[in-house]
Design a binder for this molecule. Structure first.
Ligand code: ZN
Length: 333
């Protein structure tokens, strides 16, 4: 008797729903900043969705029962890694025994990672890779290679859409460099709630000061707030920034502390640090998130920002998929 493989059976009969390799692939990611670009690059070859939606903090997020079911049904799973999804690590490791579970951080050479001293004297590697478009490109290329390995018949399409996407990313990187260069030298300090913007600061020549460390897991310390108030007053820093996925309470404490010392500090705007904006919104795309952050920071620190940022130009750029986000089936909730 002939023993036929799943794929041979699929070719012989259309009644083979169990054949998991047939496109579209079911792809589940932790972050939307992974799902949205990959959905764009995958086009019709995959359905890509993320577990974490707008305003959700990945450092603290615990998977729900429906998340576990979605991960169990996925063909391929992507996550950031470097301890970002701290509460999900055990589950992702267990899942890796049954299906490809890929950390995007594995696509970035260790020498390009920021090492930051921890409270106990140790050092941790900064997981916020998406803050530098060059690092995130390497991370996404690693994910695209995994998509091609899972769906080799779609390789040409993945590569062509990835090229088109990375052209947009390159344009955005040039735009961010340009707007950040307009911020006056003495104002090039970004003060935020937690240390998510280190790669952004390194890439675009900006000093970054944060109340909390790389993770939001531990509470903001009173001593750190006092230290930063001292810096704000001494250096006459005019603006601080809040983050969409972190409570603004500690940033408000900085503003109040500086005011008590006679120095007025305002909120320069809300930044997307660990979560993107809502799906369907420009800031719900990775490119839109970076544009928003760079434009808000530059404007808040006294730089010059073109009206509307880069949005119009990105929508007009030619490519196999017409507009940012259009080819994506990323569904965040
Ligand atoms: Zn973070």
């Amino acid at each position: 008797m002939l023993r036929l493989s799943c794929c041979v059976l699929f070719c012989l009969s259309l009644l083979a729903p169990a054949c998991r390799a047939a496109p579209p692939l079911e792809v589940v990611t932790t972050l939307a900043q992974i799902a949205e670009p990959l959905g764009w690059i995958a086009g019709p070859r995959a359905r890509v969705s993320s577990l974490l939606g707008a305003g959700v903090d990945p450092h603290l997020y615990r998977p729900t029962r429906s998340d576990v079911a979605r991960l169990a049904a996925a063909d391929l799973v992507f996550y950031n890694g470097l301890h970002l999804e701290a509460q999900m690590e055990g589950m992702l490791q267990a899942l890796a025994a049954r299906k490809p579970v890929v950390a995007l951080a594995d696509g970035v050479a260790p020498t390009r990672l920021r090492a930051v001293g921890g409270a106990e004297g140790g050092s941790a590697r900064d997981p916020h890779l998406w803050m530098d478009p060059a690092l995130w490109r390497s991370a996404l290329e690693h994910a695209v290679a995994a998509l091609i390995a899972a769906d080799p018949a779609g390789a040409e399409g993945y590569r062509s859409r990835a090229r088109a996407y990375f052209l947009r990313l390159q344009r955005l990187q040039a735009y961010v460099t340009q707007v950040m260069a307009t911020v006056p030298a003495q104002a090039r300090v970004l003060v935020t709630a937690h240390d998510a913007f280190g790669y952004f600061g390194r890439a675009f020549d900006l000093e970054v000061l944060a109340i909390q460390g790389l993770s939001t897991e531990s509470e903001a310390g009173l001593r750190r707030i006092e230290e930063l108030v001292e810096v704000l007053v001494r250096r006459r820093i005019a603006a601080v920034f809040v983050e969409s996925s972190v409570s603004p309470r500690s940033v408000q404490a900085l503003i109040d502390g500086a005011a008590a010392r006679g120095h007025r500090v305002r909120i320069g705007g809300e930044l997307y640090s660990d979560a993107m904006g809502p799906p369907g919104d420009y800031t719900g795309t990775y490119l839109g998130m970076l544009d928003h952050n760079a434009s808000t920071i530059a404007h808040g620190l006294g730089g010059r920002v073109p009206a509307g940022g880069l949005r119009g130009e990105l929508a007009e750029m030619a490519g196999p998929v017409e507009a940012a986000g259009r080819g994506s089936s990323a569904a965040v909730h």
